[in-house]
Design a protein around this ligand. Structure first.
Ligand SMILES: Nc1nc2c(ncn2[C@@H]2O[C@H](COP(=O)(O)OP(=O)(O)OP(=O)(O)O)[C@@H](O)[C@H]2O)c(=O)[nH]1
Length: 363
């Protein structure tokens, strides 16, 4: 599996001038320099040792959390280009803590993730958050502010809630003093030691996808017509989910779906015919759990997978589900004008051609 390019600015973002780019882009190499200025950008900010580089490594490089223990302090901006392996194209810039940046850094930026170490004294971090938010908002009022209350693995459940309440309260008070009481900050409890960091990143990325309501709606239609309980549309490599149906997300369900993707990728790498790609459009996987639940994964394209959870008896109508899935996939491709994937990928755990023929329309 190839990794994300670091310190590199490349690619284009298709027909979405202020939004995200989608899908494989054949012209990446031609447009590297020219498009670099326009790539939607998320800034990772916060004090030193708050965990910014660790977040970037764990989410986008598959580094295991323990390996971040001895990461060296970042002393220059590390630009991560989420383009080559991902459906959603954007940049994440990891900014060294405690450095004041030139105003222009906020001009082209879509969102700021401000990381606060919840295991440390956070008054300095709150002061820095306040200064950053008021400055960035003044320069670019369109920026979204996302606060990661990070390293919560070290806190008890009560402490987590208390930390969130306290930080929220103080941050809002500080902004109100600056006359910015209407500015919205979103707060997330995160840790690299569980899936919370992936979930939080998913929500940040989703806010920046203009087509999110359409995707949510398509997922709602799919699940209600197929007897599915929950469905996620995953960016396979990062395990960020770029959309889900409108029923609430339960952390355990999300975790088990992430695990399924890991299993499928690992199996593809072991048994796949090519070693650089895990999927093709016929790839699918079915996992039956011992509690009467079935998990079903289907590839939407080289970068995206649909992962669904349903009761075993609903899966008896697999033909209907497969037919509905094909309609769903077509609709997603229409929404994003995704080019069909090149089809050179490796293994299909279960080929869609093995599925019973779906006869008739959606139930
Ligand atoms: N317990 C715990 N430790 C974490 C978590 N995230 C990061 N860390 C640890 O925090 C320390 C600092 O992490 P870095 O990623 O280097 O922090 P940074 O914000 O990039 O620091 P600078 O580069 O100095 O700005 C490392 O030892 C990480 O292992 C987390 O979720 N939980």
């Amino acid at each position: 599996m190839s990794s994300y390019s670091e310190d590199k600015v490349a690619g284009s973002f298709g027909s979405f001038p202020k939004g995200f780019g989608y899908g494989p882009d054949e012209n990446d190499t031609d447009t590297q320099a020219s498009s670099s200025e326009h790539k939607p950008r998320i800034l990772l900010m916060g004090l030193r040792r708050s965990g910014k580089s660790s977040i970037q490594k764990v989410v986008f490089h598959k580094v295991s959390p323990n390996e971040t223990l001895f990461l060296e302090s970042t002393n220059k901006i590390v630009k991560e280009d989420i383009t080559n392996c991902s459906f959603v194209k954007f940049q994440v810039w990891d900014l060294p803590g405690q450095i004041d940046f030139h105003d222009s850094i906020y001009e082209e930026c879509e969102a700021i993730i401000f990381v606060i170490d919840s295991q440390d004294e956070y008054m300095d971090a709150l002061a820095k958050l306040n200064a950053t938010v008021s400055k960035a908002h003044r320069i670019n009022p369109g920026i979204k502010f996302e606060v990661f209350i990070h390293k919560v693995d070290g806190l008890s459940d009560d402490h987590k809630i208390e930390a969130q309440r306290d930080i929220h309260h103080r941050a809002s008070d500080n902004l109100a003093e600056e006359g910015l009481e209407n500015l919205h900050l979103s707060f997330y409890l995160t840790s690299i030691y569980d899936h919370s960091i992936f979930e939080a990143f998913s929500k940040v990325v989703q806010k920046l996808i203009p087509q999110l309501p359409v995707m949510e709606n398509l997922l709602n239609i799919l699940i209600s017509n197929s007897g599915i309980e929950k469905a996620f549309l995953f960016d396979v490599i990062s395990k960020i989910y770029i959309a889900t149906d409108s029923s609430p997300v339960d952390m355990q369900t999300y975790e088990i779906c992430c695990d399924m993707i890991d299993v499928v990728i690992d199996m593809s790498h072991i048994y796949g015919v090519k070693d650089d790609a895990a999927f093709d459009t016929k790839s699918a996987s079915i996992i039956k759990l011992n509690n009467g639940t079935v998990m079903y994964l289907r590839e939407v394209n080289r970068y995206l997978a649909l992962v669904c959870i349903m009761r075993e008896d609903s899966f008896e109508k697999q033909g209907v589900i497969d037919y509905n899935f094909l309609c769903f996939r077509q609709a997603i491709q229409d929404v994003f004008e995704v080019k069909p994937c090149s089809g050179h990928a490796s293994m299909a755990l279960t080929s869609s051609s093995d599925f019973p023929q779906a006869n008739g329309a959606i139930k």
